[in-house]
Design a protein around this ligand. Structure first.
Ligand code: ATP
Ligand code: IP8
Length: 244
């Protein structure tokens, strides 16, 4: 049973300090993943203070591209650095984490649709590895290179690997209404659109609104929850908000 799990960049980094890992939060997340003993896990992590400030500095978003190789290398390089730290934290705890870099694996077509073959990811999973992908900068036909969010990756992986369950761990306990209460279920974007905003920090990919919109397109149910609920999710629970 394949589980696709995204660790938000806002969880594993200090999102208001450029290129800074949140060591204790990453350690807690890696502990929870190691303790779960989950098989068939495919991980994704977001950009946090590694991806977003570099993307913003070069005015690159999911739709605005760059043709500057230095910009592409800077954004991708920051994400590789974060990916190394995440894989290290997992491997130190016995989780067989290996990198899978979307910049080299996928691209966008001219209309912005993502093309990301998942057979290599599936083979890594089938051979007992835990592939760790990340938000990245990818080549975009007629636009140079644009940002690919971890949330888009979650959707592509869940569909391509026919995942049974999807989890998105962010810093919030779920999708919140205007009273700050976790909305237990979302089935329709229009029902919750008025509550959804971007991110509190530099974020070129759209915060919670883009997350919910992307997850609603999935066959598998997706849970949005906070770091304290990671163990519960990995044990089969549905903490936070269930998007389906
Ligand atoms: N209705 C809402 N409920 C919960 N969070 C919301 C809502 N509207 C906006 N947000 C914002 O969305 C943020 C979560 O999205 P964000 O993209 O920052 O998280 P992430 O995926 O963990 O990080 P990253 O994009 O770096 O991977 C929250 O921290 C909050 O600031
Ligand atoms: C900004 C970059 C490079 C990645 C964005 O991924 P996200 O944090 O999942 O939206």
């Amino acid at each position: 049973m394949t589980v696709v799990l995204k660790l938000g960049g806002s969880v594993v980094t200090e999102k208001d300090a450029t290129d800074t890992v949140d060591g204790p939060a990453l350690a807690d997340a890696a502990d929870a993943i190691a303790a779960s003993g989950a098989d068939d896990l495919v991980l994704v992590h977001g950009g946090g203070s590694f991806g977003h400030p570099h993307a913003a500095a070069h005015d690159v978003s999911r739709t605005d591209g760059t043709r500057e190789a230095t910009a592409v290398r800077e954004i991708h390089g920051a994400m590789r650095e974060l990916n190394d730290v995440v894989c290290d934290a997992l491997c130190e705890r016995g989780v067989p984490a290996v990198p899978h870099h979307p910049h080299s694996a996928g691209h966008r077509n001219a209309d912005g649709t993502l093309s990301l073959p998942t057979d290599t990811v599936a083979t890594k999973r089938d051979e007992g590895f835990v592939p760790v992908l990340h938000g990245d900068v990818v080549t975009h036909a007629d636009a140079g290179a644009t940002i690919l969010s971890g949330d888009e990756l979650v959707v592509a992986l869940a569909a391509g690997l026919d995942a049974e369950r999807v989890g998105v761990c962010s810093t919030v306990d779920g999708v919140l209404d205007d009273a700050g209460t976790v909305i237990p279920d979302i089935e329709n974007y229009a029902d919750v659109e008025r509550y959804l905003g971007g991110s509190d920090d530099t974020d070129v990919t759209g915060g919670m609104a883009a997350k919910v919109r992307a997850l609603l397109g999935l066959r598998a149910p997706a849970s949005v929850f906070g770091p304290d609920a990671l163990g519960d999710f990995l044990d089969g629970g549905t903490p936070g908000t269930l998007v389906r």
